[in-house]
Design a protein around this ligand. Structure first.
Ligand code: G1P
Length: 299
């Protein structure tokens, strides 16, 4: 029997941003801790990494965002109190995050861009780690599982593999956009070969409507590429530019087109949709929310 390939041992979650689109809430609360129903976005991402087979989560934080990592630390006082009161369901919820995956903090001291944030993890990798996964916590990609599909593609085709979603032209300029071609021998039509990638192009310059959806399996060669790219879109060191450089130098890159749901937790509108979407599926809040929404929509 063939075993399903795991994603790389280390999963990287860049969480050093200021969360400006979420002010004033993010003045004191990191956006990664805002609850999607009752669970912080960062815990959902940790769950996805753990399910994919990662063994440790490196969270890239900035000074003042310690709370993001603290969410994964056991709170024995709180646990003791809940235990004494016989609150087993709450206790299970509190214990979940610390038991998901080993979490380490890596500090990015200057906000120099996503590429720079990812590069901060390189000194913490072991010599035998030939790849990493990167999960952007703004992107909620459902149902969980695309990383496993990406790992299968990497096992078969080598190089690096990213996740793509189709985005309408009028919104494409908010994304990293792929120049793609069909893989002639692909058994999965949603696997495409990438010939180039550009960060936040103008709609008329976008090479396709396939956009990067915040999930990456990157060969270790990415660190060398990040060192060699200069500042890109927004004056930042872009991960997209490093990937484009790797492609230009012959490194194989493929995408898996995700056909499920993707929510953007990084802005209030997308975050609300995610919360409603997840709440509707829950037994505790779903039925009441649905009834209220139906009534509210007729108003
Ligand atoms: C980042 C990446 C971009 C990607 C997007 C997905 O952009 O740079 O390539 O398409 O995430 O959410 P950001 O949204 O952080 O500006």
């Amino acid at each position: 029997m063939t075993q399903t390939p795991s994603i790389p041992r280390t999963a990287v979650v860049p969480a050093a941003g200021l969360g400006t689109r979420f002010l004033p809430a993010t003045k004191t609360v990191p956006k990664e801790l805002l609850p999607v129903v009752d669970t912080p976005g960062i815990e959902l991402v940790a769950e996805e990494a753990a399910e994919g087979g990662a063994e440790r989560l490196c969270i890239i934080t900035s000074p003042g965002k310690d709370g993001v990592v603290a969410h994964f630390v056991e709170d024995l006082v709180l646990e003791g109190t809940l235990e004494k009161r016989g609150k087993q369901a709450m206790l299970d919820k509190v214990r979940r995050a610390p038991n998901l995956i080993k979490v380490e903090a890596v500090v990015q001291d200057k906000p120099l861009g996503l590429g720079h944030a990812v590069a901060c993890v390189e000194p913490y990798l072991d010599d035998d780690e030939d790849a990493i996964s990167v999960l952007l916590p703004d992107d909620l990609v459902l149902p969980i599982g695309v990383l496993t599909t990406m790992a299968k593609v990497r096992a078969k085709r080598g190089g690096s593999v990213l996740c793509a979603i189709e985005v309408p032209k009028d919104r494409i300029s908010a994304y990293g956009v792929f120049d793609v071609e069909v893989v002639p021998d692909a058994t999965n039509p949603d696997v495409l070969k990438v010939n180039g990638m550009v960060e936040k192009p103008k709609a008329e310059d976008a090479p396709s409507n396939y956009a990067a959806a915040g999930r990456y399996l990157l060969d270790r060669a990415v660190f060398d590429a990040i060192r060699r790219v200069g500042k890109g879109a927004g004056g930042e060191i872009q991960l997209t530019d490093a990937i484009a450089l790797m492609i230009a130098e012959g490194h194989p890159v493929h995408v898996v087109v995700h056909r499920g749901t993707r929510h953007d937790l990084g802005n209030p509108g997308g975050y609300l949709k995610a919360a409603v979407d997840l709440a509707l599926d829950r037994d505790d809040y779903g039925p009441d929310l649905r009834a209220w929404l139906e009534k509210r929509l007729t108003r």
